[in-house]
Design a protein around this ligand. Structure first.
Ligand SMILES: Nc1ncnc2c1ncn2[C@@H]1O[C@H](COP(=O)(O)OP(=O)(O)OP(=O)(O)O)[C@@H](O)[C@H]1O
Ligand SMILES: [Mg+2]
Length: 570
């Protein structure tokens, strides 16, 4: 806002001139009546008309210019503030805040408000006193009528605000909630359709919409009534000016021209007040968005500023790592300590909800540890400058999400990339041939969130994205959840290649086939380490029966559930 102060001041200055020029018609009228009609001079009439038309043209030009300036200023603000808004939104998401991405929408509301008529009428409001002053110049009586009318109009406009603000606020908040609900419905169209959930969904939607409707209806009613009152007041003030003017003419206090001119001025003077009242809803929405946006941008950045670090070797050290989800006092991850040497691979095992995914998210630094730290080559992974760390990290999330675009851009992490880099990543992930079989190969559009691909295809492309530009530190959350035998073989090959390239690799899996490929294993239960060490030892420990029953042999397979390696399907 400080940067665009000049533009706003400039528009303010234009508005002053626009409003001064607004006096043109009434002054013209005054001159016509009192000079031209009295003197019967055609020359004067022609000159006056020319001057008036020129002045009106100039006024229109200025009005257009201030609209253009404000529109551009809005666009400019959006361009400058947009990236930061998006960044704060992403950080808000990482902190787990709902609606963290609303900032961009608020920015859009503010931007379109800047160029709107509602904004122009705000700029015209401060100049209303000019008209009052002119009215007083004509005659104090007319001045007082004008002042009283304006005050009444202002009061009505404010009354509109007092009566409807709270309701409109609630309605706006409800509209946001409704918007989110419809988004969720759109995302889950198949689930809703297949399981006959349409009536239930409709009911919920209707209930939510009904909540809004009452508030909107009320605000709409009040606004409509008050707007009619304001229109009436404006015309009434005009009529009163005319009436008082006529009386003053009869008393020989003012001329007939002054009477007409004063009435015209009053009509024009009260227009911004009426306009403000008519656009009150917009004004309120913009103000709400502006306040939310300010709060949004005032959030402290998630991470301290950092500097790029040299490429890590891949030595991972996890030190007494604890993590509690926001709003929860009990930690989910309870004091985890372990380390990996560069090039080592680790399988994380454990039952559902043991905290495996949460641990992985702490390791790649998207969650901020409550206490302790995860370090790569000694540097705290959470605090690491993101653009810099990203090059060294490959992450395959448990729920694969791809972006709308081509296979190529998805593997290239939405960035510019040379074809051989992308093909290399696809080869490494073992999906090069699979991609070539797609209709347009690497240029195939994969649809919103990869909707045009199968689950397995998505997972393999996401693996290629994780391995793009050969990161030093690779974290895979159930990479084989959707894979067939061929995909799984490709994955095993990829893990071997990663090892050959000395990438430190961590993967979560429930399947023994992948566990066989790693150096170390870590078993989690309830957010804590149950076992950690070289794979064979950990597996031996796991197979050892917990309940005292005899160890498994060929003739007596694993007896109890507890004896099955935790989280590993037999
Ligand atoms: N954003 C969140 N807010 C609060 N609790 C969460 C959040 N995400 C996960 N949890 C909780 O953390 C626990 C561990 O979840 P996590 O996803 O780490 O399990 P997991 O071991 O990966 O399980 P799975 O094998 O099913 O993937 C669960 O009980 C879950 O309810
Ligand atoms: Mg998980």
């Amino acid at each position: 806002m400080r940067k665009v102060r000049r533009q706003f001041a400039c528009v303010g200055f234009f508005s002053l001139i626009v409003n001064l020029l607004t006096l043109t018609t009434s002054l013209y009228m005054l001159q016509l009546f009192d000079r031209v009609l009295a003197s019967q001079s055609i020359d004067t009439l022609v000159y006056l008309t020319l001057i008036a038309v020129l002045a009106l043209m100039f006024q229109s030009v200025l009005e257009a210019v201030r609209g253009l300036v404000l529109g551009r200023t809005g666009g400019w603000i959006e361009r400058i503030v947009g990236p930061e808004t998006l960044e704060r939104g992403l950080e808000g998401r990482l902190r787990g805040a709902a609606g963290a991405m609303d900032g961009l929408r608020d920015l859009g509301v503010c931007r379109s408000f800047l160029g709107s008529p509602a904004m122009m009428s705000l700029y015209d409001l401060p100049w209303v006193p000019i008209y009052m002053a002119v009215a007083f110049l004509f005659h104090p009586l007319i001045g007082w009528i004008a002042t009283a009318g304006t005050v009444l109009l202002f009061v009505s406009t404010l009354a509109n605000g007092w009566l409807t603000d709270a309701r409109l606020r609630r309605a706006n908040a409800g509209a946001v909630a409704l918007h989110r609900q419809t988004d969720a419905v759109a995302r889950n169209a198949e689930i809703i359709d297949s399981m006959g959930m349409v009536p239930a969904v409709l009911r919920r939607w209707q209930n939510q919409a009904a909540l809004l409707a009452a508030d909107q209806q009320y605000a709409g009613d009040v606004a409509a009534i008050l707007l009619a009152v304001i229109r009436f007041l404006r015309v009434a003030v005009q009529v009163a000016c005319l009436g008082a003017g006529a009386w003053l003419v009869l008393q020989n206090e003012i001329t007939g021209g002054a009477m007409i001119a004063a009435s015209i001025i009053m009509g024009r003077a009260l227009a911004p007040v009426e306009q403000t009242s008519a656009t009150w809803k917009q004004l309120l929405a913009a103000r709400q968005s502006w306040q939310r946006l300010k709060a949004h941008l005032a959030q402290p950045p998630l991470r301290p500023p950092g500097i790029p670090l040299p490429e890590p070797e891949g030595r991972l050290a996890v030190e007494r790592l604890t993590y509690a989800f926001p709003g929860s006092r009990l930690p989910m991850i309870k004091g985890i300590t372990f380390g990996l040497e560069p090039g080592e691979s680790l399988a994380v095992l454990g039952p559902s909800a043991a905290g495996k995914t949460t641990l992985l998210r702490l390791l790649i630094g998207v969650l901020e540890p409550t206490t302790g730290a995860a370090r790569l080559d000694g540097a705290n992974l959470f605090a690491w400058l993101r653009d810099d760390l990203g090059r060294h990290v490959g992450y395959l999330p448990q729920d694969v999400e791809l972006f709308d675009g081509t296979v190529f851009t998805n593997i290239a992490r939405m960035d510019e990339a040379a074809p051989d880099e992308v093909i290399e990543a696809a080869r490494l992930a073992g999906c090069h041939e699979m991609i070539l079989r797609l209709p347009n190969g690497y240029e195939t559009q994969i649809g919103e969130a990869g909707a045009l691909l199968s689950g397995g295809q998505r997972q393999r492309i996401a693996l290629a994205r994780a391995l793009f530009r050969q990161p030093r530190f690779v974290v895979l959350d159930e990479p084989n959840a959707n894979l067939d035998t061929e995909g799984e073989l490709a994955l095993v090959r990829a893990l071997a290649l990663l090892k050959a390239r000395r990438a430190t690799t961590i993967l979560v899996t429930h399947r023994p086939s992948l566990v066989q490929t790693v150096d170390k294993a870590l078993v989690m239960r309830d957010g804590a380490i149950e076992a950690f060490g070289p794979r064979e030892e950990v597996m031996k420990h796991l197979i050892r029966p917990v309940t005292g029953s005899p160890p498994p042999t060929a003739s007596s397979p694993l007896p109890a559930r507890a004896a099955v390696p935790a989280g590993v399907e037999a």
